[in-house]
Design a protein around this ligand. Structure first.
Ligand code: NAD
Ligand code: WQD
Length: 358
């Protein structure tokens, strides 16, 4: 295990909401590896508790406690804060599927916004003043043009994106009135890849919405062919361009954020991206190289709501913290493939872990 003591003055105990999810589980490993105590709260609406066994196996340390609860349950959440002296919160818990959000807008606002206000209430009641919030490039909507910095206007185009934008507005306003609160909103572009051990990765329920897990499932034979949504975009090869970011780079930024929150107040917003655009066909080619086999695909109609290009100008976070992603698309594909090979059916069938039910 790679154990590096945390920085002096940095928070000791971090409560991770959504810690069993894709990004949250990688964040737990990274925090444990760097000396933090970690408490996980997750209702497992989009994850399995087994994931945390793997987190502990990789880190060689235990998660302090795992609570299976919905963060909107204020009494249960408050009891967690009663039991642990929490120094900071990293808030991943949310519903995240864009398409589903258009079919279930009320559920998305209720979970994402209601979860965030419930968390804020518990933090206020227990005087916990540091929060890292998972926001999304989707708040920019169809902004168009080249790399987007944080000053690009928010134009969310679906309930999921709008829920993230509303959370940002609520957090900014609460910071204005609760002046001891320090919040960092991180707008991720397209986090993907997996832990290099192959033990943790992206395991979506049902048919994947996102490109990389879909490609990985085609490569491993779970799905026949990839559908490439749109071949007539105004991009170099006609397929849509995105800014893919390795999940390990993503979670490292959260740890740095926690260090930087110590002693700060108010809210800041940063993009998290690589600044490199990759087309769908670039991803297909990189994944084929990683797995050593072709990825069969058909170019089909554009997916409704997709934009031609979404790439981050993430220089602000680099200037502020010196954070820069170090893993390229080849590494994302290699690690995603490693996970998929070792876990062709995802986490299904791995050992069950008991969690504390509130
Ligand atoms: P995920 O679905 O894998 O993880 C979210 C976790 O939160 C799941 O384990 C789920 O069970 C849990 N959860 C959801 N609602 C809950 C509630 N009310 N109470 C307790 N637990 C709850 O998603 P992810 O990809 O790890 O994303 C994490 C965060 O990052 C989300 O807030 C998402 O909106 C944001 N984000 C993700 C991406 C991406 O591409 N994955 C991009 C931008 C932003
Ligand atoms: C990437 C590209 C698809 C699947 C989403 C959310 C965004 C953020 C990140 C949470 C697009 C194409 C995909 C497939 C394909 N998440 N594609 N065939 O849409 O950029 O962003 O995840 O905050 O809010 O919208 O990511 O991985 O779905 O798609 O051709 O089977 O791959 O059209 O161009 P997206 P994605």
């Amino acid at each position: 295990m790679n154990h590096i003591p945390r920085n002096a003055g940095a928070p000791a105990t971090v409560l991770v909401t959504g810690g069993a999810g894709f990004i949250g589980s990688h964040a737990c490993v990274d925090l444990l590896d760097h000396g933090y105590e970690v408490i996980v709260v997750d209702d497992h609406s989009n994850s399995t508790p087994q994931v945390l066994n793997r987190v502990e196996r990789i880190a060689g340390r235990f998660v302090g406690a795992v609570y299976e609860l919905d963060i909107r349950d204020r009494r249960a959440l408050s009891a967690v804060f009663d039991r642990h002296r929490v120094d900071a919160v990293v808030h991943f818990a949310a519903h995240k599927a864009v398409g589903e959000s258009t079919r279930m807008p009320v559920e998305y606002y209720d979970n994402n916004l209601g979860g965030t206000t419930s968390l804020l209430a518990a933090m206020r009641d227990h005087d916990v003043r540091r929060l890292v919030f998972s926001s999304s490039c989707s708040v920019y909507g169809d902004a168009g043009g080249g790399p987007l910095d944080e000053s690009a206007p928010a134009r969310p185009t679906n309930p999921y994106a709008a829920s993230k934008w509303l959370c940002e507005r609520v957090l900014a306003d609460v910071c204005r009135h609760w002046t001891c609160l320090a919040v960092l909103c991180l707008r991720y572009f397209n986090p993907t890849g997996a832990h290099p051990s192959g033990l943790l990765g992206e395991d979506p329920n049902g048919e994947p919405d996102n490109l990389m897990p879909y490609v990985a499932q085609v490569a491993v034979g779970r799905r026949k062919r990839l559908r490439v949504f749109g071949g007539d975009y105004p991009t170099p090869d006609g397929t849509a361009v995105r800014d893919y970011l390795h999940v390990m780079d993503t979670v490292e930024a959260h740890r740095i954020a926690l260090d930087r929150l110590s002693g700060s107040r108010g809210m800041r917003v940063f993009n998290l991206g690589s600044g490199q655009g990759s087309s769908v066909l670039d991803v297909v080619a990189a994944f084929s190289a990683a797995c050593g086999r072709p990825i069969p695909y058909d170019v089909v109609e554009r997916r409704p709501g997709d934009v031609p290009e979404l790439v981050a100008d993430a220089r602000a976070v680099g200037r502020a913290w010196g954070w820069r992603p170090t893993r390229d698309l080849a590494a994302m594909c290699r690690d995603a493939w490693h996970f998929q090979q070792l876990n062709p059916h995802g986490y299904a069938g791995s050992a069950r872990r008991p969690s504390i039910k509130e």
